[in-house]
Design a protein around this ligand. Structure first.
Ligand code: CLF
Ligand code: SF4
Length: 524
């Protein structure tokens, strides 16, 4: 971690090596926006007019709406300056909009850590695992640089290189900074990003600034050392190990100092907080207030992932993670003047691809070391222009679908909907292929992204698994509709029987959401 790939992550099911990007042509759907591997030779087809919408509904939609929903957008969204917008518009973690279009990659060059978190066990390693501190293979800075250049050629929408572990990048400063230097020299258009527990951050802010690293994440789980004592058993600082509250105090002071120093250096800082039920759930609003006061740009509250087989202190001692409702409740409690990130996928320290689409298995060391570097700044820039055009088209349709809050939206019920998407901000995925659903909260004024939920892959070799379908319906049972490009007759029937409206469409998510809401909620 470090903040664990940006901390901790069990969820990642690696896609197969044949998994494609949303920018690759798909036979059954309208033309894509851009080509993946080569520069577009002509303006991409941006026609995203609705090509198909079919709504299936059995029972009526409940009119009571969902409770506890204040949404994730805040004042910050509307007051971003143009220069600030430019700093985040291609960063998939700092911009919710960008995560539909741009990818990130991590390189695992930082094995050591200087603190112990009760949710981390860096000894465990397995190719199918993705928890804090877990990666399959460590890289030298030179190997990491080669990997980045290979990936940058093959996935031109990869715009950010993050170093997030598997230990703490700043407990491995030479490896971390050498990697950044190599990338800055050879691939100047790639943004550099760092994720740390913050213990050594005050010592390195100048160096971070000099290397033009514009995005730093600190994992801050507490601002009260009495709470921190339940999370951190020890801290190793300046060649001495401090146990208990003494160590936690040092960590807390260094985190606050580091955050302040980033602000003064004009480096964007995101804070990740791991929500640990019964330990810091009620405390996180206090953390939110403290980091806001010190100039954090974004707050990402992520769920603890904990199971006995992970061998962590929490896992072995029965500490559970929060369920989606508890997570949303705490996020809502923290929603205010500081923007909240809700689209984090808790990716591991060697993740590659769009968030939620980890392609790291395509770039294991034995593979990428044999691959030639095909990085081309011109090709990448051309692809980014295409992406920006596609983004603009989506944004225009989104704006058309939004309404100015007013009489119509007053007292209009808020409902949740589940969306199957491969990215691009479009409903463009078959229900049976979805490995996660994006959850939007819709009312008469707007459709807001609020979270994503992982589900088991329903289509197993061409046929659906009954138990999996039950699990999927369970996962989205608080939603009023499912939006997908296609839903098979059997799942469609069962979804409707469970009270969900089935909407088949290919269009901008907000547009389809608006149509569903107008037809099935407002007109009731
Ligand atoms: Fe990586 Fe973290 Fe940079 Fe993003 S991840 S170092 S800020 S480029 Fe992003 Fe992954 Fe969540 Fe981290 S989705 S775990 S927030
Ligand atoms: Fe990250 Fe270190 Fe904590 Fe593990 S122990 S999550 S590597 S800071």
């Amino acid at each position: 971690m470090a903040d664990g790939r940006c901390y901790n992550s069990v969820n990642a099911e690696y896609p197969s090596v044949t998994q494609s990007s949303p920018y690759l042509p798909k036979p059954m759907t309208p033309p894509p926006f851009t080509a993946l591997t080569s520069a577009p030779t002509a303006t991409p087809n941006l026609d995203i007019t609705l090509t198909k919408t079919k709504t299936l509904v059995k029972p009526a939609v409940g009119g009571s709406g969902c409770a506890n929903t204040t949404g994730c957008t805040t004042k910050t969204d509307t007051v971003l300056s143009d220069s600030m917008r430019a700093r985040i518009e291609k960063h998939p973690c700092y911009s919710e909009e960008a995560h539909h279009h741009y990818a990130r990659m991590h390189v695992a060059v930082a094995p050591a850590c200087n603190i112990q978190c009760n949710y981390c066990n860096r000894k465990y390693d397995c190719a199918n695992e993705s928890r804090p501190g877990v990666v399959s293979e460590l890289l030298t800075p030179e190997e990491a640089a080669h990997k980045v250049l290979v990936v940058a050629g093959k996935i031109p929408q990869m715009t950010v290189l993050g170093i997030a572990g598997p230990g703490d990048p700043l407990a491995n400063p030479e490896k971390t900074f050498r990697t950044f230097e190599l990338i800055a020299e050879q691939a100047p258009d790639i943004k550099l990003c760092l994720s740390t527990n913050g213990l050594m951050l005050p010592d390195y802010v100048d160096r971070i600034k000099a290397l033009n690293v514009d995005h730093v994440t600190i994992t801050i789980n507490m601002v009260d050392p009495a709470i921190g004592e339940k999370i951190y058993p020890w801290v190793h600082y300046r060649r001495k190990r401090y146990r208990g509250i003494e160590g936690v105090r040092i960590l807390h002071e260094r985190q606050m100092e580091g955050l302040q120093a980033l602000k003064e250096a004009d480096i964007l800082c995101k804070v990740n907080s791991v929500l640990i039920p019964g330990i810091n759930d009620e405390h996180l609003p206090e953390v939110n207030a403290a980091i806001r006061e010190r100039g954090a740009f974004l707050h990402n509250i992520m769920p603890l992932i904990s199971a006995p087989e992970h061998g962590t202190y929490f896992g072995l001692n029965g500490q559970r993670g929060p369920n989606p409702k508890e997570l949303k409740q705490v996020q809502d409690n923290c929603a205010g003047n500081l923007k909240l990130m809700r689209h984090c996928r808790q990716c591991r320290a060697d993740a590659v691809g769009l968030l939620g689409e980890d392609r790291s298995q395509e770039f294991t060391k034995d593979k990428f070391m044999e691959m030639p570097v095909s990085y081309s700044l011109e090709t990448r820039q051309a692809v980014h222009i295409s992406i920006e055009q596609a983004k603009a088209a989506v944004v225009a349709k989104k704006q058309a679908a939004a309404r100015i809050p007013g009489a119509l939206s007053e007292n209009s019920p808020k409902v949740l909907i589940a969306v199957a998407t491969k990215g691009g901000g479009i409903v463009n995925q078959h229900f049976g292929h979805a490995k996660e659903f994006m959850i939007y909260e819709v009312d008469a004024a707007e459709a807001k992204f609020v979270s994503h939920r992982k589900v088991a892959d329903y289509c197993q070799g061409g046929y659906g698994e009954e138990a999996m379908l039950t699990g999927i319906i369970d996962t989205i049972s608080d939603c009023k509709a499912v939006l997908a490009v296609k839903v098979g007759p059997c799942p469609s029937q069962q979804l409707q029987a469970a009270g969900l409206v089935v909407v088949e469409a290919y269009d901008v998510i907000e547009t389809v959401a608006r149509q569903f809401y107008d037809e099935h909620v407002l007109k009731r």
